[in-house]
Design a protein around this ligand. Structure first.
Ligand SMILES: [Mn+2]
Length: 239
């Protein structure tokens, strides 16, 4: 059986001179039944259509921060800008992915890209929010161990329906969160402190973004399911 071809957006090293892609993305796509390929972002934007002619689905991967000018703000002191070439490429890519109704899963930066593409806004630095109640270290600055927290899923969301439950545990390594969801997006996952952890457009075959990193825990069935959804939807898609 021919596996659906899944494009994975690439990140970069600190000097922005090399493409990087953590193994977990490709490994999770492969494990879920897809055939992963990594996309170089310093591409001629006029070739995006040719990429999408061949791809069955897209995984928008994680990375640093998108330009807050999109929602009328300047950079937060703690911001680490993503390579502007990556932002330019992914902005053009997501517009065409959406136009073609190609299945798309967004992780971390990927979910933020989905939100900004639809005109939403971000909280640039979660610690500034000072939410009430038990504090959660969403940034997990101490990378020696993986911090986790609960999220509650919207019962009618695709992920809650496919998992058959509304409470899961996720990892956390982000400093931004969605402040306002963009046009046509609904919030599908929320942390106990109110931080938004996931969005989707229910009118598209798959247009779902999560703030956590399922690619780092896809040995867990709940998180592997996100990739299996991408593969299932992409299998129904003729390029
Ligand atoms: Mn979190």
């Amino acid at each position: 059986m021919i596996r659906p071809l899944i494009g994975i957006t690439s990140d970069h090293n600190a000097e922005q001179k090399q493409y990087l892609s953590p193994h977990g993305y490709a490994a999770s796509v492969e494990r879920a039944g897809g055939l992963p390929v990594i996309l170089p972002y310093r591409a001629d934007l006029s070739l995006i259509g040719q990429y999408l002619d061949r791809l069955n689905g897209i995984l928008f991967s994680g990375g640093n921060d998108l330009d807050p000018a999109a929602y009328g703000e300047s950079w937060h002191p703690n911001a680490v800008p993503v390579d502007p070439f990556r932002e330019r490429f992914e902005r053009a890519l997501i517009a065409e992915v959406e136009r073609r109704r190609l299945p798309a899963l967004g992780v971390c930066l990927g979910s933020q890209l989905m939100n900004l593409h639809r005109g939403g806004a971000m909280n640039q630095f979660i610690p500034d929010l000072k939410p009430a109640g038990e504090p959660i270290d969403h940034r997990n600055v101490n990378r020696d161990w993986v911090d986790r927290h609960a999220v509650s899923l919207l019962p009618e969301s695709l992920i809650a329906r496919t998992l058959g439950k509304t409470d899961i545990v996720v990892n956390t390594s982000h400093k931004q969160s969605i402040r306002t969801a963009g046009r046509g997006l609904r919030v599908i996952a929320t942390a106990p402190d109110g931080v938004i952890e996931g969005i989707e457009d229910p009118t598209l075959p798959l247009f779902m973004g999560v703030q956590w990193h399922p690619e780092r825990m896809s040995d867990d069935a709940d998180h592997r399911r996100l990739f299996e959804l991408l593969i299932e939807k992409s299998s129904q898609q003729s390029p």
